[in-house]
Each structure stands twice: as C-alpha cells, then as structure tokens.
Design a protein around this ligand. Structure first.
Ligand code: G4P
Length: 525
C-alpha cells in the first residue's frame, strides 16, 4: 500500500498549457487526449469550445461560452504516467482564475504560433510561471505553414521572455516544404509525410542520415544540418537541472493540427517534467509523499444558474491521499468538514471521485464555505500553505448600487465576492469611491451576475478602461499627487496604489517624482 502510494504520486504530471488565443492550445490538448485514449473522436474538445457540444447544464455563462467545468481538468494515463492537464481559459474567459490555475501545476507547456512568435497573453502567463520557477516546455506550432525562421523564434524567447532555450528537435523546412523534424534528443529524423514504416530515420554517429535517402537530395536537409551544427557549437547545453528550475526551456517543433511531433513531444515531456514537488507552508515544506492529506483551494467556480447556488471549489492535493468521506481541517475557520461530495474531472464527463493523491485536482461541492487560498489538512499540525499572490489588475470600473435602498446587500455582496477572490476592490483616496479591478472582462460580468442573483443587488458599473497599477515601495505618499491620469487609490489591505492612464503617464510621473519608488508585485520575483 505504502509503495503503491509513492508510485502513484511519482507518476503524476500536472501541467497547464499557456498560450495566446489561436496558437493551437485546443488542438494540441485534443491530440494529447487522443494519444492518452481519454477521448475517442477528434473534434470533441474543439466542439466544446465552439459550443456545438452538449454540455451539462452547469453554468449559464460557461454554456454560452461553450466551455464547461468538465474541461477544467483533463486526466489520462500514458506509459505509466497519470497526466493532469489544467485548462487556462484565455481570451474572453481570461480572469484571475487563469493565473491562479498556474499556482496548482508543477510545470507548463507554452505553445507558440510559428508565424506570430511570442504574443501578449503568453507573456503574461509566462511571467506567472516564472514567479514560481516551474519548468516550462515550449511547443512551436503550425510548422505546416510558413512561419518565422526557427533561429529568430529562439532569439525571441530570449529577448522577449528572457529565457534560454534548448531545441530538442529542429524543423526541416516549413509550410509547403515542411519535411519533418531533426530530433536531437532521440537521434533520428521524423518525417512529416510518407508511410508509418518510413516515419523514423535513424542518424549515424556524425548526426546524419546514413547512405542514400530522398530527404538528402533537398537543400533543406543540408540547411538543417548547418543550423544543427550552429546550435551544437553556439547554442545552450542541455541541462536537466536548468529545465527543472525553469531557467532553460526545451523547445519542440511540430504541427498540432496534423498531430505531427505531438507524440514525440508528449513522451519527452513526460520524461523530464517533474512529479509533484514539496510546497512551502507556515510550518516549512510539505512533502508530497507524506501520508497526511493536505491541499489548497485555487479556484472557486460559482454556479450562474440562480436555481443552483452551489459552487465548486477546486483543490490541488499537495500531500497524502484523498478519500471520499474523509474529515479535514480548515485552519482559517478552525473548523472540521466531512468531504462527502467530491468530483473528479474527466475529458468527457464528471464522475464522483473516491480516491486521489498528491498532484491530483479534486472538485468539492461548496455552499459558501471555502475561499480561494484555503488550506485543507488532516494532520495534527494545523498549517497554512503560502498565500496565493495578488495579481496585478489591468481593467477597472467604478461601481455603485443601482438602488440606494439596497446599500446593505451591495456592501455585503462586494465584501464576500472580494474575499472569495472573484474580483479586487480599490477605494479612491479622500472620496472613498469604490473601484473594481480585474485582469479580464469576464470577472466584471460574473461579478454583476452574482451580485444580482446571490445578493439581490443590482450594480452600476462605469468603465474606466485599462490602467497600469503600481504599488509604492514604502507605502508613503502625498495624497495630493492624485490626478485623473495618475489616480491614487487604496487596495483592500489599505496599501496605496497609483492607477496610471497609460505608459506615458507612468513615465511622466516617474520623471516628476523620482523619490517615489513604484513597483508591480508581479515583477517582484
Ligand atoms: P487556441 O485553443 O489556442 O485558441 O487555438 P485552436 O487550437 O483553436 O487553433 C486555432 C486555429 O489554428 C484553428 O483554426 C486550428 O485549426 C489552427 N491550428 C492549430 N494547430 C495548427 C497547426 O499545427 N497547423 C495549422 N495550419 N493550423 C493549426 P481555425 O480556422 O480558427 O479553426 P477551425 O475552423 O480550423 O477549427
């Protein structure tokens, strides 16, 4: 039993895919699920995204957007590994939950569209991964289309993201002339076209295809060999240690749409990706192999259907084993709870879960007990995992109660939703106006909906648009410096924050007030 438990934990690979919309996250996820046997038909995940899939009646907004709780975590087994992919909603569904999901994974897969290079949302998500120092594996997608030269893409990784890279494989041509990948790790060429028997061509000691081969007659093969030589001489060395601490990203080229390079990627990824790691807590590191159960809530999904008030709290297990019906402590509340209603997440359905171990994600039905960041434990020692970071909001609205007679429910609703982590609250200095901050528009929509349905408080929201929020190093500032282009507010912990209209206003302010040291908490790591 003991050994089985250790084996189970060590087989866990829990990760998220980070990318900019349209880079191919859905397509790659689908191909991974197909290889893992978790879905039978191509098109399942895709259809879900476009809303053609008959989803459960779980959440109204989610349904409208064509996603559902069921796709929040996807699990499958592959070569003895238990793979847990956590969805990171992007685009219209981008919210703090997307960032928080990255707190619950042990590694990340970053997809880059070879024609577009590194895009805005990828940068944001990458920063959060870097804050945690987790390994990042890069998949450069759409090689079946004409894209940027591969060397240029590597340079972008270094210049834009500041991460060094090690290409595990290298494309031979691209677009209409895409012939395959030269695999530095497996010492073989994987052909894009041709029969299954011809798919892999081994390389000789010199790193070349032995004897005659039609691939060699193309100038593209020679060009690849030249580039490989350059990488061998001037590129980074592969270092498992640097991959593990997130300072070197292994890079894979492929085409998710045609499932090319995906299996090779998956197998190499599983070989180098970490199993669950120890996590910091108020009593030191918690070992994932310890047999006392612990975990933390990283996301709460509220039901948008007024007939169903229930919510789901997503818990990442950090140690021990979860068994349905077990009793846990919630140190924040000083309370014990019996976990009888729990759910596992599968690609196609939700099912009741009986058991899960470190690295797994479970969903707990919640009637308002949990808050984001809550620790769950079973041991004698009460402890709390490290607090989740506060993510810098980028969008702001001014909010007030539509009906002045409903002030009480308005304040209660705001207080609870802010505490739960659904939205961030700021107050203007002197005038004490309420501002809400979010990282994505969806958070405002969910806030408005829940205020009305759960607290019977309709709200007025006046858009303030996007702002650059900067905290102040020693938290001392002259309140008279507040202006419309550099609005001074206080966060919920009473710390000063400047909301700058744009980059120009920020720089102008810094020039005028060199003594005020501004910072972005997300750059602090
Ligand atoms: P996302 O989840 O990251 O937003 O991206 P998604 O997988 O939905 O892919 C975005 C578009 O890129 C899709 O085309 C998809 O078919 C295409 N795509 C993904 N991987 C590849 C690839 O390896 N090569 C090529 N050529 N295209 C790829 P779409 O036209 O928006 O959708 P659809 O109508 O084809 O479904």
């Amino acid at each position: 039993m003991e050994n089985d438990f250790i084996k189970e934990v060590l087989s866990r690979r829990t990760f998220a895919i980070i990318s900019h919309p349209d880079a191919g996250k859905t397509t790659l996820t689908e191909k991974l699920l197909l290889f893992g046997g978790a879905i039978r038909d191509a098109g399942t995940v895709k259809a879900k995204k476009t809303g053609k899939f008959a989803t459960s009646d779980w959440m109204e907004i989610e349904k409208q957007r064509g996603i559902s709780v069921t796709s929040s975590v996807m699990q499958f087994k592959y070569n003895g590994f238990q793979v847990n992919i956590l969805d990171t909603p992007g685009h219209q569904d981008f919210s703090e939950d997307t960032y928080r999901t990255l707190m619950a994974v042990d590694s990340a897969v970053m997809i880059i569209d070879s024609a577009k290079g590194i895009e805005e949302q990828t940068i944001k998500l990458f920063k959060v991964c870097r804050m945690r120092g987790i390994p990042i594996f890069t998949f450069i997608n759409k090689l079946d289309r004409q894209g940027k030269p591969p060397l240029e893409l590597l340079a972008e990784l270094e210049e834009v993201l500041g991460i060094e890279s090690y290409p595990m494989n290298w494309p031979i041509g691209m677009g209409k002339e895409f012939l395959g990948i030269y695999d530095r790790y497996y010492h073989r060429v994987e052909q894009f076209r041709g029969s299954e028997e011809e798919r892999f061509i081994p390389l000789n000691e010199a790193g070349e295809i032995e004897g005659e081969h039609k691939l060699k007659s193309t100038g593209l093969y020679d060009q690849t060999l030249e580039e490989i030589m350059l990488l061998n001489e001037a590129g980074n060395e592969f270092s498992e240690e640097r991959v593990a601490n997130g300072t070197l990203t292994p890079v894979f080229f492929g085409s998710a749409l045609t499932a090319f390079g995906v299996q090779t990627f998956l197998e190499t990824y599983l070989r180098f990706a970490p199993s669950p790691k120890a996590r910091n807590s108020s009593i030191g590191e918690i070992d994932p192999l310890s047999d006392e159960f612990s975990g933390f809530v990283f996301k709460i999904q509220a039901n948008m259907n007024p007939a169903h008030r229930d919510r789901i709290a997503f818990v990442r297990i950090c140690s021990g084993k979860f068994e349905r019906g077990m009793t846990v402590n919630i140190p924040r509340l000083g309370k014990q709870l019996k976990l009888s209603q729990s759910t596992a997440f599968m690609a196609e359905e939700r099912s009741t879960i009986e058991e899960a171990v470190s690295g797994d994600i479970i969903g707990l039905y919640d009637t308002g007990t949990y808050q984001i960041g809550d620790t769950l434990t079973t041991g004698k020692n009460d402890f709390q995992f490290e607090k989740l970071p506060q993510f810098t909001p980028e969008l702001f609205v001014r909010v007030s109660a539509k009906n002045v007679m409903k002030q009480k429910s308005f304040y209660k609703g705001i207080e609870q939703l802010v505490q739960e982590g659904a939205i961030q609250l700021y107050k203007t200095v002197k005038t004490d106006e309420y501002l809400l901050g979010a990282v994505g528009q969806l958070q405002f929509e969910v806030f408005e909906h829940r205020m009305k349905n759960e607290y019977n408080a309709e709200v007025l929201m006046e858009r303030l648009g996007s702002k650059i929020a900067r905290w102040i190093e020693n938290d001392v500032v002259d309140e008279n410096l507040s202006s419309s282009r550099s609005l001074l507010v206080k966060d919920r912990y009473d710390h000063y924050v400047f909301l700058f209209e744009n980059d120009f206003a920020l720089r102008w302010f810094q020039d005028k007030n060199p003594n005020i040291k501004l910072y972005n908490p997300m750059d602090q790591h």
